[in-house]
Write a protein that binds this ligand. Sequence first.
Ligand SMILES: [Zn+2]
Ligand SMILES: [Zn+2]
Ligand SMILES: [Zn+2]
Length: 368
Amino acid sequence: MNEGAKVIGKSTGPVREIRINPIVPSQSVLVATARSMRPKKEEPPAPHDARPHVDACPFCRGNEMRTPPPIAQVPANDDWQLRIVENLYPVLGDDRENPHFAFGLQQTIDGYGRHEVIIDHSSHGIRVHEMSEEHLVLLLSTYRGRMETLYHSNDRLKYVLVFKNFGPAAGASIGHTHSQIIAMPVVPDNVQAEVRNSSAYYQASHRCIFCSLIDEALTFEATLYDRGSGEVRRTISVGQFVIERSERFVAIKPFASRYEWEVHILPLAHGADFLDANPEDLVDLARMFRRTMARLNDVLGGVQYNFFLHSLPHGGEYAGCAPSYHWHIEICPRTSIPTGFELGSGLFVNTLCPEDAAERLRNVLLRG
Ligand SMILES: [Zn+2]
Ligand SMILES: [Zn+2]
Ligand SMILES: [Zn+2]
């Protein structure tokens, strides 16, 4: 290899480069792997509380009176497997009763919305990779069902965000496994940016950028040779970002991963709206989700993470974006605390080369 040779992904030395997010270019990431350059504080894995029942926990069976009345409970008896309740401390509610004061440039919009908690499982300390696939199908169908109901409940709701915080480093205030749903009157900025940029790409190329990235990840491999000497100048194997592919989904390590162990799961067939996922899709997704979480758990020895579901916002102005937007799940393990550099610059710093992380995740031996 000559001097300029570079094999992407085989980090023979420290990597330091700014990677542009292909979908949202303003969200770039500094990949800096040398220890001396790490401007962040590493978070040690938190001890996991595996107890199936905790007397003091408001989400455990037998303590149902400590939550608001359930919106739904499956099955609808004392042996429930999953419950949906209003959040006791909602970030959004119906604020029309408390008109606010707006002056000059300091305008606000009514905080109309809904905030619900899904108690994912009756077992307090169970983790996603320990849940049965049948249970995960129930959980995913519940997300889908609540999103549908909430979108239809009020025209002022523009986006229904499903997310999960797991572990104290991810901001979970209650140890019992749970997810949250916030129906909001605005589309979150990051979803808006994905929708807008993918739509612009579609205008130019008539292709969905997410589909293009999946195709690239599954097929693209290239070796560049030096014209003079004939030596290998650079080997690019975009396939090294793929962690796993199933019949209907793919788990990918984003090229410009903001978090060291960030993984995205996307349907292989184009679809903008998670509500269009059919029951067979959810069975395959449940398996992919469980396996991905098992890989992360194995590599990290206990994973604390945020999980977000990104799907096409509802409302007339987004209807035209169905060909260009592609729903997906973002799993963001929290292994460090952002410091002033990240917060002040808005530039994420990733101290692990995404290709190396993908390889380690791919190499985890899974049982089942
Ligand atoms: Zn509990
Ligand atoms: Zn697509
Ligand atoms: Zn997204």
